[in-house]
Design a protein around this ligand. Structure first.
Ligand SMILES: Nc1ncnc2c1ncn2[C@@H]1O[C@H](COP(=O)(O)OP(=O)(O)OP(=O)(O)O)[C@@H](O)[C@H]1O
Ligand SMILES: [Mg+2]
Length: 511
């Protein structure tokens, strides 16, 4: 490699927060025209590292060099001047502005002292075209889905003459089709000589897109390996041990399948959204719901949980009807939902880990007029330990936890609540490979104790690996049901893209 190819070099970077050393002497470098993947467990320090480059944090020690010269990055402007653009784990767009306004925020082209709207929109159109996304520069950002938001962020990055593009878990929220699209954009940028820093927990993406991988563990660089390194080896570097079984599901016994239904959903319909959705989940079972994005999966489980109303049908727990559109009634009946949008619906960011973990139990505990604070603290400590939540202590505010550790707290909260019917919507999104296995083991414990689990996941290997039965939804209907033995990727996909009949073929869908 000639020195001219080196865009950035980080040497011995250190950063401490109260109670945690987030980075303890990390080295990293980036060349022109490469995708350098940052890999590490939740809380390893990946986001903190890239925030040193974007100017969000300043290092406590160590050096950053750009083109061989030491630089100081004390804010977004410094970073921008160096040609560095960052797409964060959480997006940074302003929902009420248009796409073009977001792209040129703070640097709108002007003419005679006025913002030159025409030119701004025309320039935005060129950038959007370069990214290959079909969205109007005049559309409001709040109307766009996540994939398109991301494309707008990339267009914005391109407008800044970016030489370094940093992407923090861009694929965590994308469907497989969208991931392909993103990859083709990233490959094109790489050909143009842009250096890309790419963070992901999906190991299969590394071989598909990456050139080099840098593994961080506990704030230290543990190794720099080529992207075609085997997944087993990557896991070993990342978590310090190998993982024997990625999906440790202990299948429900035959008796569980024959037992009375714990959750019964009958003919659930919300006009224009989902239709005649009927299924049962038995005690001790994990039932997966697969389907394409937009098939209506999240909408159905939100209705079951009482978070949204429905027009027809019934939800029952142990045969007793649960009133509709009433979350408290659903929770009272023993239903819990770990939502897809955990930031928005699952956490109080400015409360502590302990308070967040206690949110659900608190509710049931205070019903009797008493809160067992000591017991609650012990339970919170146990679940945090089991899930390996990386934190300075139970008193740390959830806002300052790493993305994956925030997810673990939401999951822990519901696991603590000892719900009878636990619904998980994309449970392992943003969770590292080691912590995933811990979550699966907790699911096993729940079902062994007689709970029923309903799990939506777009990660097919996860659905297939963890479910005792798989329901496949397409266009707001249940297109079919597969037993664990029948459920293969092909069988699920065939149903997911099918056109389910608009009337029920027979009463009482068989199991
Ligand atoms: N502002 C902050 N205040 C206190 N601690 C922080 C702050 N920002 C990060 N940390 C801590 O620094 C550590 C590293 O966090 P970081 O967000 O870099 O992890 P990550 O590797 O990106 O993890 P994930 O895969 O979960 O996103 C964590 O222990 C986190 O709690
Ligand atoms: Mg992170």
């Amino acid at each position: 490699m000639s020195n001219q190819d080196e865009l950035l070099r980080i040497e011995g970077i250190r950063k401490a927060f109260p109670g945690v050393i987030a980075l303890d002497g990390v080295d990293f470098d980036l060349r022109r025209g490469e995708v350098h993947v940052l890999l590490g467990e939740n809380g390893a320090g990946k986001s903190t590292l890239i925030k040193m480059l974007s100017g969000a944090y300043t290092p406590d020690g160590g050096r950053i060099l750009a083109g061989g010269e030491e630089v100081r990055i004390h804010g977004a402007q410094d970073s921008e001047r160096l040609g560095i653009a960052t797409i964060y784990q959480e997006f940074n767009l302003v929902p009420d502005l248009t796409v073009a306004e977001n792209i040129f925020l703070g640097r709108q082209p002007r003419r005679l002292g006025m913002i030159d709207r025409k030119r701004m929109e025309a320039d935005a159109a060129v950038l959007l075209e370069r990214v290959g996304v079909n969205v109007s520069p005049r559309a409001r950002v709040r109307e766009l889905g996540i994939a398109r938001l991301q494309m707008v962020e990339i267009a914005k990055a391109l407008s800044l003459n970016t030489r370094v593009l940093i992407m923090d878990e861009p694929t965590a929220v994308l469907t497989s089709e969208e991931v392909e699209k993103l990859f083709s954009i990233v490959r094109r940028l790489r050909e143009d000589g842009v250096g890309i820093v790419f963070i992901t927990h999906h190991l299969e993406e590394i071989a598909a897109l990456g050139d080099r991988v840098m593994v961080i563990r506990d704030g230290r660089s543990v190794g720099q390996v080529p992207a075609d390194t085997s997944e087993d080896e990557l896991v070993r570097l990342m978590v310090g041990r190998s993982i024997e079984q990625q999906y440790p599901r202990e299948r429900a016994s035959a008796e569980a399948g024959a037992a009375a239904a714990l959750l019964t959903v009958e003919g659930l319909t919300r006009d224009g959204v989902f239709h005649d959705v009927t299924f049962e989940v038995h005690a001790g079972e994990v039932v997966g719901i697969a389907g394409l994005v937009g098939a209506g999966r999240t909408e159905v489980v939100r209705a079951v949980f009482g978070a949204d109303p429905y027009d027809k049908g019934a939800v029952k727990v142990f045969g007793a009807s649960v009133p509709k559109d009433d979350v408290n009634a659903a929770m009272g009946a023993g239903i819990g939902l770990i939502p897809e949008d955990r930031k928005g619906q699952g956490l109080v960011l400015d409360a502590s880990v302990e308070e967040n973990l206690g949110l659900v139990t608190m509710r049931s505990a205070t019903r009797g007029g008493l809160v067992d604070l000591k017991g609650q603290r012990a339970a919170a400590a146990r679940i945090a330990e089991q899930l390996g939540v990386r934190m300075a202590g139970l008193g740390q505010h959830v806002r300052t936890l790493s993305g994956g550790n925030q997810q673990k707290v939401v999951i822990g909260k519901w696991l603590l609540a000892e719900t009878k019917v636990l619904i998980l919507d994309e449970p392992t999104r943003g969770i590292d490979v080691g912590a995933k296995v811990e979550i699966y083991q907790l699911i096993n414990e729940l079902t062994a104790a007689g709970a029923a689990v309903l799990m939506i996941s777009s990660d097919l290997p996860e659905v297939l690996g963890m479910s005792d039965r798989v329901l496949v939804m397409a266009q707001g209907r249940i297109a079919g049901e597969l037993s664990a033995d029948e459920a293969t990727q092909d069988a699920v996909m065939a149903l997911a893209v099918s056109n389910p009949p608009t009337t029920e073929p027979e009463a009482g869908r068989g199991r």
